[in-house]
Design a protein around this ligand. Structure first.
Ligand SMILES: [Zn+2]
Ligand SMILES: [Zn+2]
Length: 469
């Protein structure tokens, strides 16, 4: 069993401002967490219990009984209230404190006190799933552990802080070696990047032009595990844009994901690739995408992107959403009116794809219908009820590759911060006008995805992602 935790950046900042204060004393706080459980991951068949920060609960100063630079004793009044909420809302508790001296080990006092604290949770809530504890330090480190029902503790093997910047904390960060393959990129960015990337599981959803380019870049950079999801096969008309594809793949009708998996694996860089030939919202994909730390959304279907829009918020998994639009010149059979590319990051706090109007719920419904009930779909089509039309969009590899590069660069920037402060992080690129703009769109009042925090970090609930369809 692997235990990991994701803190959204806003919760991390909130925690720091609550418990790291000028007086240099220890302070406690609580984070209520959603849970995401994976029973049989595609890479190792292992289990993962992931805690997702849902809400920070401050401990009032008057509940601190005594504290110094190396200990804190506190009254459990607020803690007991938090336990009640956890029980009612099926959440986990994460108890947080700071180590003002930047010590990266639990103290003896911690080891003496935590078991009885956690025993209190198990006794009161009577539920067997683990809860977590976290220590943050003024110099920016985080480490933690979980307590299981039998009061055994286990280290958190990965802690993610995800927002405008990405941080990854894991116990062996100092000691793991990197491969000489990455020497030249380490000359620019140091070995920390290679280490982080080797620890990550990244999903590439949609393996067409932008997806094949993105997966290829991620593997060359040294990402440890890649998940490829796409339902299509290689066709001859893809060969002008699809990285790794050959005419033989097209003739054999090979699945895009299988082709790309071989292409990446054959490079011998060590990326462990898993391929799923299916739609991202399918049951088959759920466990796999829940194992991902970051997702690149390279699919051009509306229902797939609507699914990812929801997923990013429920599971605190940022989705780099990208697309190219070559607006055809309707006065002629060939030609274009404009060429635009876009790269957004879908994550808690940002305007969601529905509010940006980069997904169309009507087209998504039609795609869902076509997948689940093809007969019904064609019947509606004959009756003229279908809005979408099945004609191929114009596409050119140089533009799809450029947007893929821009997205992966922004992903790197969030880890290492190579861009200057204030540099644009997401963009709409007008290729034909030679300019970039910040993507538009405002949160629609009452949007359940981005205008309410209710789903952010909620994790596993029934029905899945509160979706009754
Ligand atoms: Zn401590
Ligand atoms: Zn929204």
């Amino acid at each position: 069993m692997k235990y990991t935790l994701t803190l959204s950046e806003r919760h991390y900042e909130e925690l720091r401002s609550l418990i790291i204060q000028k007086d240099g004393l220890e302070r406690p706080a609580i984070v209520l967490c959603g849970r995401s459980s994976v029973e049989n991951d595609l890479w190792d068949g292992g289990e993962e219990e992931r805690f997702l920060s849902y809400r920070v609960v401050p401990i009032p100063e008057n509940e601190i009984i005594g504290h110094s630079k190396t200990h804190v004793f506190w009254d459990t009044k607020t803690f007991r209230k938090a336990m009640k909420i956890c029980k009612e809302e099926n959440l986990a508790i994460c108890v947080v404190h700071n180590h003002p001296n930047n010590c990266l080990e639990y103290s003896e006092i911690d080891n003496d006190n935590e078991p009885s604290l956690f025993k209190g949770i198990f006794n009161r809530n009577g539920e067997g799933r683990p809860h977590a504890s976290l220590v943050i330090t003024p110099d920016g480190n985080i480490f933690g552990r979980v307590w299981t029902y039998n009061l055994k503790s286990e280290k958190l093997s990965l802690i993610r802080v995800l927002g405008e910047k990405f941080q990854f904390h894991y116990p062996d960060k100092k000691v793991i070696a990197t491969k000489d393959i990455f020497h030249r990129q380490e000359l620019a960015f140091g070995s920390g990047l290679s280490k982080d990337l080797s620890k990550l599981t990244i999903g590439v959803i949609g393996c067409g032009a932008t997806g094949s380019s993105t997966a290829h870049l991620l593997s060359r950079l040294g990402v440890g595990k890649l998940l490829l999801v796409d339902d299509d096969i290689v066709e001859r008309t893809n060969l002008s844009r699809l990285y790794g594809a050959s005419a033989a793949d097209a003739d054999a009708g090979r699945a895009k994901v299988e082709m790309l998996k071989s292409f990446i694996t054959d490079a011998g860089i060590g990326t462990r690739v898993r391929a799923i030939k299916n739609w991202v919202g399918s049951q088959e994909c759920r466990t796999a995408i829940k194992s991902c730390d970051i997702i690149f959304g390279c699919t051009d279907d509306h229902s797939g992107r609507m699914f990812l829009n929801r997923f990013a918020h429920f599971y605190l998994t940022p989705v780099f959403d990208m697309g190219i639009m070559i607006d055809p010149d309707e006065s002629d059979l060939v030609g274009f009116k404009s060429i635009q590319g876009r790269m957004n990051v879908v994550q808690c706090g940002n305007v969601c794809l529905l509010c940006r109007m980069t997904v169309d719920p009507t087209l998504a419904r039609e795609e869902d219908l076509k997948r689940s009930d093809p007969k019904g779909y064609f019947k509606e089509k004959d009756q003229g009820y279908i809005k979408g039309i099945d004609i191929p969009n114009p596409a050119v590899i140089t533009f799809t590759s450029e947007i893929s590069n821009v997205s992966v660069n922004e992903f790197l920037n969030r880890i290492i911060g190579f861009k200057k402060e204030g540099a644009q992080s997401t963009l709409t690129r007008f290729f034909d006008k030679g300019m970039d703009r910040k993507p538009g769109g405002k949160k629609r009042e009452g949007c359940p995805i981005c205008d309410s925090e209710n789903y952010w970090g909620r994790g596993d609930i029934k029905p899945f992602m509160d979706n009754v369809n």
